[in-house]
Design a protein around this ligand. Structure first.
Ligand code: HEM
Length: 460
């Protein structure tokens, strides 16, 4: 069922933008993926064609069409992210059909609000540790890269929520192995498959990292089984004890390993990128930053927040929602049609590759007036009532909606609140920060900021 990218070239009359012979829109897309998608949607309309060399995709940007693919007729659309399978195996992001449904049912309880309360403590502990580390920098006038800091923080948080206290110092080693594996995956996107089998240093590093991850995960599972500790409050414990209500079945060790790597990959970089963009946008909008600081001070004062505070930090949440509108970390969701379908009056042949881009839909001017502007008020309770559900889909939608959306929103809210309690972050001048769409929508070359302590003299 799982297919690689669409190689179809059936003429369906879907309009496209001007490209080159043979390569089509590939050169534009490689140089400026976001601008090319926006141009295609504005000029080509709701259903538009993008030719990338031998591969042809349809970009759908109308909320109704997004709803059709992700919700209404989701069974007809499979995922097309084959190249990450070597790392993620048959984990939740990539699995399909009844196997995916079973895994989703098994894993859902681990992400319930009740469970998040325990994870929130790991989030605030790790954030406090990071903020202590910033003190010397603030005192010495030394800038920091908020993008890197947020990545390191969300990595520590996911390792801790996954493995609890079992990893200790080893956590850093596991995190490094994951990073090496991830950069190996990035490299694999630009080289042909046969080259991944050559004994090149990049392949060796990648394979070594996979072995480190596999060994660590399998060893921790073994140790827990030996100690009779198969449950527990961390994600690994929850995966180990998860039992199918209907069949009573548990997951195999290999499947647990695949789910662990999947959650690690899906669960930190996306949130890190969102936080990095939030710092960038806040530094450009002092009024909004002041609003967040005032809310944090009113709701929390100087105490460490807990999960029960999250619903009261409403403005902070609006800032996160608006950040995810402008810079959705998962900027592109893709699917492949299993059987033929019809969308927007156009036939969709079986095997057709589709692009759904939150980045593009989130900037449609008829849905989002002043689409480029950073305006958290759009997400105030009283506004937005008229907006169609799929005008906004940073976490995807339908049955395959992100399982970690609440986890991410709680994490981002707590981190922003705690940073605001102690520091003001000013963007270093002379920087041009650009959105770099790869696996996620990273800010490039980073977000260099100067931290100013706000606790020593009480300034805000
Ligand atoms: C701001 C942060 C995040 C964003 C923007 C985000 C975005 C997304 C999107 C768009 C999808 C759907 C992909 C598709 O349909 O092809 C997805 C799926 C998924 N996400 Fe997230 N995610 C975030 C955080 C997290 C976290 C924190 C976790 C776990 C701790 C997580 C785990 C997953 C998993 C396992 C799936 C696959 C779900 C399924 O297919 O059943 N994500 N995410």
């Amino acid at each position: 069922m799982q297919q690689e990218a669409s190689k179809l070239r059936v003429e369906t009359g879907v309009p496209g933008i001007k490209g080159y012979p043979l390569v089509g829109n590939l050169p534009q897309f490689q140089r400026q993926p976001l601008a090319t998608l926006i141009k295609a949607a504005r000029e080509g309309g709701d259903v538009t064609r993008i030719d990338l060399g031998r591969e042809r995709y349809y970009l759908l940007s109308h909320p109704e069409h997004v709803r059709h693919v992700l919700q209404e007729n989701y069974k007809n659309y499979v995922k097309g992210y084959g190249k990450v399978r070597v790392l993620l195996g048959n984990g939740l992001v990539l699995s399909e059909g009844s196997f995916w449904r079973r895994q989703r049912r098994l894993m859902q309880p681990a992400f319930h609000r009740r469970r998040l309360a325990g994870f929130a403590e790991a989030m605030t502990d790790e954030t406090a540790r990071m903020l202590d580390g910033w003190e010397a920098r603030a005192a010495g006038g030394e800038p920091l890269d908020a993008a890197l800091e947020m990545t390191l923080l969300t990595q520590r948080i996911i390792v801790r929520t996954m493995f609890g206290s079992d990893v200790g110092e080893e956590g850093e080693r596991i995190a490094r192995a994951f990073e090496t594996a991830l950069s190996g995956i990035d490299a694999r996107f630009v080289i042909p498959l046969w080259m991944t089998r050559l004994p090149l240093p990049v392949n060796r590093r990648f394979e070594k990292a996979l072995v480190t991850i596999d060994e660590a995960v399998h060893r921790i599972i073994r140790e827990r089984r030996r100690a009779g500790r198969e449950g527990g409050d961390d994600l690994l414990g929850m995966l180990m004890e998860a039992r199918d209500e209907e069949t009573g079945e548990t997951m195999s060790d290999q499947q647990i390993r695949d789910e662990v790597t999947t959650i690690y990959l899906a669960g930190h970089e996306t949130t890190a990128v969102t936080l990095a963009w939030a710092w960038y946008l806040l530094s450009k909008s002092p009024e909004v930053a002041r609003g967040v600081r005032e809310e944090v001070s009113r709701v929390l004062g100087e105490r460490t927040p807990g999960i029960e505070d999250v619903p009261n930090l409403t403005y902070t949440r609006m800032v996160i929602d608006e950040t995810l509108r402008l810079y959705p970390a998962a900027w592109m969701v893709s699917r492949i049609a299993v059987e033929e379908d019809e969308i927007g009056g156009y036939p969709i042949p079986a095997g057709q590759g589709l692009f759904l881009s939150p980045y593009v839909t989130h900037r449609r001017p008829e849905l989002w007036p002043n689409p480029e502007g950073f305006d958290p008020e759009r997400f105030a309770l009283e506004s937005g009532g008229e907006r169609p559900r799929f005008a906004y889909f940073p976490f995807g939608g339908g049955p395959r909606q992100c399982i970690g959306n609440n986890f991410a929103l709680v994490e981002a809210t707590l981190v922003i609140a705690m940073v605001m309690q102690r520091y003001r972050l000013d963007l270093m001048s002379g920087q041009t920060v650009k959105a770099n769409p790869r696996g996620t929508l990273r800010p490039r070359p980073g977000v260099w900021m100067m931290p100013h302590s706000t606790t020593s003299n009480g300034t805000i």
